[in-house]
Design a protein around this ligand. Structure first.
Ligand code: SF4
Length: 210
């Protein structure tokens, strides 16, 4: 399955535009309930103004909210960005930490965000970032019956070798966007159409359905 996905897609390590670990951390926080495209519209100005943790802390909450408002839930995102920058400054000398434990201890940073940062910025395979696309595609393909992202991640981690964990997020997202789409899956175009347990081609029901 991974061989097929790798042949089909050559996704970047992250669909978000970033240059430094702090960029990627902030962009990933902004991407919650927001499209990558919209985040990528907002971050050029934000990253031009803020290159370091100290730069974020120098912005007023109101100014930060103004810069990120089109990413949705901007008040809570601005609050968490300020809180996590304070903690990064106080406990990590302004640097983004490189372990799952330290990252998930930061305000507003969950396992998914930590997985994306660890793989994207540091090349570390510590887990599989399960977003809405990964969740749906994994369940449709019968790789997990998990009802939560955490459960689906655990099932995927058991099935796939650790060295593949980081890139699986982008591969599954690519497949979820191109073919195995949310509303109308395009099974007739899918490389898995004969074997997939949710394939419309063989008359199966959608295992990702509720
Ligand atoms: S066959 Fe259909 S349901 Fe299965 S992975 Fe492909 S597009 Fe998704």
């Amino acid at each position: 399955m991974l061989r097929s996905l790798k042949r089909l897609y050559h996704p970047p390590k992250s669909f978000l535009h970033w240059a430094t670990p702090i960029d990627l951390l902030i962009a990933t926080i902004l991407s919650a309930r927001c499209t990558d495209v919209q985040v990528n519209r907002v971050t050029p100005e934000l990253f031009r103004r803020c290159r370091t943790v100290q730069d974020y802390l120098a912005l007023s909450r109101r100014e930060l909210e103004r810069l990120i408002h089109s990413c949705g839930t901007f008040r809570s995102k601005a609050k968490y960005i300020h809180l996590l920058c304070k903690k990064l400054k106080k406990e990590h000398g302004g640097a983004v930490p490189r372990t799952m434990e330290e990252l998930t201890a930061l305000p507003g940073v969950g396992r998914k965000t930590a997985c994306i940062v660890l793989y994207g910025a540091f090349g570390k395979n510590e887990g599989i970032a399960v977003d809405t696309h990964v969740f749906r595609v994994a369940r449709r393909l019968g790789l997990s019956k998990g009802k939560t992202p955490q459960r689906v991640e655990q099932d995927l981690m058991k099935l796939f070798p650790r060295k593949e964990w980081g890139r699986m997020n982008a591969l599954f997202i690519s497949h979820g966007r191109a073919v195995c789409t949310g509303q109308r899956r395009k099974c007739e175009q899918c490389v898995f159409r004969r074997k997939c347990p949710s394939s419309l081609v063989t008359g199966k029901r959608d295992l990702a359905g509720r």
